[in-house]
Design a protein around this ligand. Structure first.
Ligand SMILES: [Zn+2]
Length: 295
């Protein structure tokens, strides 16, 4: 009997624990400032707790993760959600908006709202390919209610939160969220740590320049859209990846190679340990090739 019980327990633990260990973790980054950090490069969110209420940065995509984010916030504070910020339009950062409707405003760059509307159909299909066929059951598109073009400063309680559009990059509407007093910068998907980026909607060369602009912010903590919390070196390493990708593809083009040949032959050993290296290097290569040959 005991043996059977132990076996059942073992089976339950074995089945349940990978799911549990894959849950995002809350990281306190400064007083009142938290990261909700996905495991193994899964999507990150953040939240800022003030006397007036909570500011949520990216609402996750799948319902389970959006509700988990909400639960983790409620474990820390009973203040209501004041604002939601979407760093860019991708569903893994915005499709949880519907679970934070009590917010006074959902804030994003104007192109983020535009992309959510105009790319809705293909965007949902892409989300389902990534998160599974039934991942959008019960989903209602919940759009930003306030948009910005360049900058917007929010004041809540004693906190100052600056939203800045530094230029095209991962999409044409990425904003960063910067807390000057706490020196924390949420980079959205303009920053990745130890993981290859998704370039499906990206502007590779603009992105490299946009990252130069990010260097001007005085921050000690950088939260990427995917990967663990980092520092200024993360920004440099990630920018170097984009530069290396572009110059390597350029080198192959000069050798007269076709895009298919380059996809097969390209090798960036410095980044071999980054997640998605095998999956996304060919896609990254194709994007770089297209940009380099279209100009
Ligand atoms: Zn993204």
């Amino acid at each position: 009997m005991l043996k059977k019980f132990a076996l059942v327990l073992f089976t339950i633990l074995f089945i349940v624990s990978p799911a549990l260990s894959a849950e995002p973790e809350v990281a306190k980054l400064a007083e009142g400032v938290y990261g909700f950090i996905g495991k193994e490069g899964a999507t990150n969110s953040g939240f800022v707790v003030t006397d007036e209420g909570v500011i949520v940065i990216d609402t996750q995509g799948p319902k389970g993760l959006a509700l988990l984010l909400k639960k983790r916030i409620q474990e820390i504070t009973d203040k209501p959600v004041l604002y939601v910020i979407n760093t860019h339009f991708h569903g893994d950062h915005t499709f949880g908006n519907q679970y934070f409707k009590e917010a006074k405003e959902i804030i994003a760059h104007e192109n983020t709202k535009k992309n959510l509307i105009e790319k809705d159909k293909e965007h949902r299909q892409q989300f389902e390919r990534f998160f599974g066929e039934r991942s959008l059951e019960g989903f209602e598109l919940t759009l930003p209610t306030k948009t910005l073009r360049a900058t917007l400063t929010l004041k809540a309680g004693s906190k100052t939160i600056e939203l800045v559009y530094p230029g095209k990059g991962h999409t044409d509407g990425d904003i960063i969220v910067y807390l000057p007093d706490e020196r924390v910068l949420f980079g959205g998907d303009l920053l990745y740590k130890d993981r290859l980026p998704w370039l499906g909607d990206a502007y590779l060369s603009d992105w490299i320049e946009t990252l130069d602009k990010l260097k001007a912010f005085d921050a000690g903590v950088y939260v990427p859209g995917h990967g663990g919390v980092g520092n200024f070196n993360m920004l440099l390493n990630f920018q170097k990846y984009l530069i290396d990708l572009r110059s390597e593809v350029k080198r192959y083009i000069k050798m007269g190679k076709s895009v298919d040949e380059i996809k097969k032959e390209i090798n960036l050993p410095e980044y071999k340990n980054w997640s998605k290296y095998n999956d996304w290097l060919p896609l990254n290569t194709e994007k770089a090739y297209r940009e380099l040959t279209e100009k």
